[in-house]
Design a protein around this ligand. Sequence first.
Ligand SMILES: [Zn+2]
Length: 265
Amino acid sequence: MTLFQRSFTSAVTHQMLRMLGRVPLGASCRCILCNKKVQFFLPYQDGGRSVPPLLRELRTVGSDPDHFECPACGCHDRERHAFMYLSKLGLVAAWRGQAILHFAPESHLRSLIQSHQPAIYICADISPQEPSVVRMSIEAIPHDRNTFDFIIANHVLEHVDNYVLALQEIYRCLKPGGLALLQVPYSESLHTTFEDPGVETPLARLNAYGQEDHLRLFGRDVVDRLCSTGLVSCVRHHEDLLPDVDATVFGVNRRESLLLFQKPY
Ligand SMILES: [Zn+2]
């Protein structure tokens, strides 16, 4: 089978799965973002089989590749989980009137934030795909210190050349007491974060870090690393914060903790 035939077959299969997943009759899952009942959540590529063996062995925590995309609205599990965590902490309601900076803005999370009427809401990306997103490097944020109440970088820091520089910028631009949502994939087995400039081809990065465009794999020291520029950990775990939320029903990864950090007052 040629690459084109394989891609075509995969696209058709995905479309059929999406249609089946949308059937509401007897559906036992529910998307928290579109509030629709769905039969199941769609996998990312081939689901868990797409995860390189090394990443599976290292017990990598990130998106749930088997329960990834909502067949009704297309949102991803990382958006659903972030929304559930932040809602539970009362931080979604707090968006009203806040100054928010959102890197690599996910479309569904973005709509939700806009609906809560923040005073300032800047969507930014190193390679924006639409005019409403500002071209901005997280390693050189063009804003004054103490500007933002909330900064979101949901699965961004594993892509950034110098994540320490990014963390310095996040710290600088947050107001005292401001919060940063800094979800990243990490290994529960690796003692220390792994990155090496010699891992430079897409295939090497896929096998070493889990994705062709990842530049590191955070380890069990992930929270210490993310606190390295002065942010304070407000990390919470699914079982602590969302004990009544059935991860299968809502299509989220219960192993994925909330990586939330605060700039001290
Ligand atoms: Zn949905």
